[in-house]
Design a protein around this ligand. Structure first.
Ligand code: SAM
Length: 276
């Protein structure tokens, strides 16, 4: 007989496709809780059936009434309660943050059981820089809003990760091509499932591929960071100044090289005088 769980709210990640990705600890907790808060009782019911677990399911999303939240937290104050979403990690483009915030405010014990999340799985597959990334949630469906998001987040020196849908992918790739030309892009699709794929290329290459092979299933879209603007070395700066000095006075040569490189015009002028 497993040790009874302490009261509190257990945030439990569930698979994003491959049912083998549920952790033993998640199974133990789902088996041991007094109730499971879930987005869709049918979806979670199927997972529990697969695991051979019978549990009391309570439908919950962040639009649920205060009364539902109160009810769940009243149980969690005295008994263990789990929160799951349809797939992946709760709260990641899924309901839960209001419930967690309120649980925290009431001093109810909280613990999170890590597991799959499509944003992380996609990032590990795409081969784009992963030292800094920005998760942008779902890319907006409307073109204007989508472009605004791309223009805003495109300034950040990080890989951008968005959730997207198959019917919108063509429009999203067109918007990336227009707003962030030259960026490396990857489309991660059906992760952990039979038809998993991760395809990289320019927005135009990917648009061409998916026009010929209309995508199905679930999609994560990744956009590489902006290229580092190369800061020219001293030799390169001297070469630029010498070339400019062939036709122009030092002040004009300095101004010209400053414009091309972004370097300080005064320092370039001093160097131009030395080189003259
Ligand atoms: N909470 C989930 C997580 O942790 O990944 C995400 C839930 S969000 C409502 C659903 C979106 O996640 C899908 O539209 C898709 O963009 C992405 N997603 C979920 N599962 C996926 C999979 N197996 N392959 C690719 N994308 C997936």
């Amino acid at each position: 007989m497993a040790t009874p769980l302490d009261p509190g709210l257990y945030i439990v990640a569930t698979p994003i496709g491959n049912l083998g990705d549920i952790t033993p600890r998640a199974v133990e907790v789902l088996r041991g809780v007094a109730a499971i808060a879930c987005e869709d009782t049918r979806v979670t019911g199927k997972l529990l059936h697969h695991l051979g677990i019978k549990a009391r399911l309570i439908r919950y999303d962040d639009h649920a009434s205060e009364a539902t939240r109160d009810h769940l937290l009243a149980i969690a104050a005295n008994e263990p309660v789990a929160l799951v979403s349809d797939a992946g990690t709760p709260l990641i483009s899924d309901p839960g943050y209001r419930l967690v915030g309120e649980a925290r405010a009431r001093g109810i014990a909280l613990t999170s059981l890590p597991g799959p999340s499509a944003v992380v799985v996609a990032l590990t597959l795409a081969g784009l820089p992963s030292d800094r990334f920005v998760f942008g949630g779902f890319l907006p469906a409307r073109d204007k809003a989508r472009r605004e998001v791309l223009a805003e987040l495109g300034l950040v020196r990080a890989t951008l990760v968005f959730y997207d849908t198959a019917p919108r992918l063509a429009d999203s790739l067109a918007a990336i091509g227009a707003e962030l030309p030259g960026r490396a892009v990857a489309v991660a699709r059906e992760l952990t499932k039979k038809f998993e794929e991760c395809r990289s290329g320019t927005p135009a290459e990917l648009a061409e591929h998916y026009a010929a092979h209309p995508p199905k299933g679930e999609i994560v879209l990744l956009i590489g960071p902006p290229g580092e603007a190369e800061t020219p070395g001293e030799t390169e700066v001297d070469d630029l100044l010498r070339a400019a000095l062939l036709a122009d006075k030092p002040s004009q040569a300095a101004a010209q090289v400053a414009k091309a490189t972004g370097l300080d015009r005064k320092a370039l002028y001093a160097r131009a005088l030395e080189l003259k």
